[in-house]
Design a protein around this ligand. Structure first.
Ligand code: MN
Length: 136
């Protein structure tokens, strides 16, 4: 069976994410803009191995849908959670967290930001190597 089409990325890679808010190479392809029609922004995010975003919150909450590779997700005060294709993460408004790739695998997720009228994201401090390497 020819599975080439099944292995190709669903969405274009998109634009490089700002190094101010991301450690390591990350690309974002906006899929749905946060206009007044639905107040819901949707983007596809590709992290190279080891890449992650800063600690942050979403005033309107966020839903992540893992679609490729192996990722990390962590809420403040909790252990790092491993994410695989098909995993879904529900993040309530104001919860401090970060997400990204695991050290040895790239990772892709769809990020859904509802209630966009409340604000998309509030960035906090960088995730240090010590925090990132604390997975067990
Ligand atoms: Mn987030």
């Amino acid at each position: 069976m020819d599975t080439r089409e099944n292995n190709s990325p669903i969405f274009p890679q998109g634009d490089k994410a700002s190094p101010d808010y991301f450690t390591g190479m990350t690309w974002v392809k906006m899929l749905v803009a946060a206009d007044a029609g639905l107040n819901c922004q949707i983007g596809n995010v590709v992290f190279e191995a080891g890449a992650r975003n800063n600690w942050h919150t979403h005033p309107g909450g966020q839903i992540l849908i893992a679609t490729d590779g192996v990722g990390y997700y962590q809420e403040k005060g909790k252990p790092i959670r491993l994410l695989h294709k098909g995993d879904v993460v529900k993040i309530l408004p104001g919860v401090v967290h970060w997400h990204g790739a695991s050290p040895d695998s790239a990772f892709t997720h769809i990020a859904i930001n509802p209630n966009a009228q409340k604000g998309i994201v509030e960035w906090l401090q960088r995730v240090t190597d010590e925090e990132y390497n604390h997975f067990k």
